[in-house]
Design a protein around this ligand. Sequence first.
Ligand SMILES: C[S@@+](CC[C@H](N)C(=O)[O-])C[C@H]1O[C@@H](n2cnc3c(N)ncnc32)[C@H](O)[C@@H]1O
Length: 270
Amino acid sequence: MAECLYEGKEHAAAYLKYRVAPHELIAKILGYMEEKTAKPFKLAVDVGCGSGQGTTLLAPYFTQVVGTDISPAQLEMAQANSNPPNVSYRQCPAEELPFAAGEADLVTAMTAAHWFDRQRFLQEADRVLRPGGCLALLSYTLDMELEYGDVSGTLTDICEEFYAALLPFRNPYLGPSSTLIYKDMFDSCLYPDKEWDECFRLRRSLPLNGYIGMVETFSSYQKLQKKDPAEAERLSNNTRNKLLSAMGASSPDTEVVVVVKYFYWLACKP
Ligand SMILES: C[S@@+](CC[C@H](N)C(=O)[O-])C[C@H]1O[C@@H](n2cnc3c(N)ncnc32)[C@H](O)[C@@H]1O
């Protein structure tokens, strides 16, 4: 298991404020389950749930949804949220889930499984899933793009400089590519019924500051901020100013479209 920088309350709060809720991917998961497995859908477990943005999206489809996370700060934030009555949270490692064998209809991890001890987590997910239950892992690449009028290409170039400056602060546990981590996990899953989607683009209109805020929640940015807070702030301000100048705008509240490139895999336990 990697050291994961999600303990601080400020980080947890920023996470809740800026991360994008992946409604479209929840629809993919439910579509897959409808096709592959019998109802009723009683229990969904969202592992590494963070502040619960993805967890609550599952509530309409399951009798009970439990978000689990190792970080008390993230869970405190999740609990302070307005949660549907069938959603609850538990603190535990992803590799030791507090559920009986065969109890879960769905185990999911959204932008979290790369931090886990991946083989132990896959074994644990297999233990708690019922036969016919589904596993859904999703995440996204950090190279989000921006769209704004006819300067989208220029904005994306500026964003790439931002990501390149953060690259040296990427946790070595994650290796060069998160996509590869998930593909390796996918390949190691022995369920015959499984599918992999390498790029699913999710578009969201956000204030420019919301985009900067999202990048600031990345673990690489958090690492830089811990090491050199002034440099982290300079980098954010510099990027914001370059983007505004290319857009011909003055307010960081100007709306841009952020394109987040998700990848995911789905599998059904035989
Ligand atoms: C990038 S956040 C994703 C949060 C949420 N799923 C979302 O999509 O917004 C990763 C989360 O995984 C949690 N995490 C990391 N390693 C973990 C582990 N071994 N067991 C349980 N949770 C873990 C972190 O505390 C953090 O809340």
